[in-house]
Design a protein around this ligand. Structure first.
Ligand SMILES: N[C@@H](CCC(=O)N[C@@H](CS)C(=O)NCC(=O)O)C(=O)O
Length: 219
């Protein structure tokens, strides 16, 4: 039975799973949840994930939410190519990079992205600028690491890259919006401020199947 992926356009967490499926060459049935229609809060979907959040993966009778859990499940079931390392040190470094993304980028990202995309809280400029400062600090650190490395960890794409990539894309998109201009986020142009990160973005964008993962409403 085909895998089914419940996802939403522009969700960085769903994007992680879509990239994982493409990198592993796995076919799946796409179940696009329209946030504006409230699909993710409908009774049928809440049976799959009572939190009402995407992504959710269905593999026959097995249902799983949380992007990292889904990535780990897919990697265990379809181990080639391995996304969580081929040696103990590599696994440790991949998990460290993932933890850093979860701990230091997501919260700051939300504080910046939500006001810009949804217009609520735009007056909290101090908080948004503080979030932008944290993001710059993280991206600078990653930029330095990518100066002499093709991927965040090791010599092939891993879960470390896949977890980070959609967040970088959504931060770049938010920073480019008109609502972001008066906020002086100092994130743009990203190709000048974080050249190695942007070269890495281009590498991921050139992966086979990448286009299928791109949020339709961003086109
Ligand atoms: N920790 C979760 C986060 C999932 C999440 O926040 N999904 C958002 C979209 S980016 C969502 O479905 N939000 C709808 C809502 O909360 O109402 C994961 O990694 O999967």
């Amino acid at each position: 039975m085909a895998l089914e992926l419940y996802w939403g356009s522009g969700s960085p967490f769903a994007w992680r799973v879509m990239l994982t499926l493409e990198v592993k060459g796995l076919e799946y049935e796409s179940k696009l949840m329209e946030f504006s229609r409230g699909d993710h809060k409908a009774a049928d979907f809440l049976k799959l994930n009572p939190r009402g959040k995407v992504p959710v993966l269905k593999d026959g009778d097995f249902v799983l939410n949380e992007s990292l859990a889904i990535m780990a499940y897919l990697d265990r079931k379809h181990p080639d190519p391995s996304l969580f390392g081929t040696s103990p040190p590599e696994t440790g470094l991949i998990w460290r990079a993932i933890s850093e993304t979860e701990s230091y980028l997501i919260d700051a990202g939300n504080k910046l992205i939500r006001p810009i995309f949804f217009g609520k809280g735009l007056e909290k400029t101090d908080e948004i600028q503080e979030a932008a400062r944290s993001i710059r600090q993280e991206l600078k650190r990653i930029d330095a690491e990518l100066a002499d490395s093709t991927w965040v960890v090791g010599t092939q794409i891993s879960a470390a890259d896949i977890c980070l990539f959609p967040l970088v894309q959504i931060i770049a998109r938010a920073a480019g919006k008109d609502a972001a201009k008066p906020l002086n986020l100092e994130l743009l142009p990203m190709s000048e401020k974080f050249p190695n990160v942007m070269a890495w973005v281009k590498r991921i964008e050139s992966l086979a199947g990448y286009e299928r993962t791109y949020p339709p409403h961003w086109r």
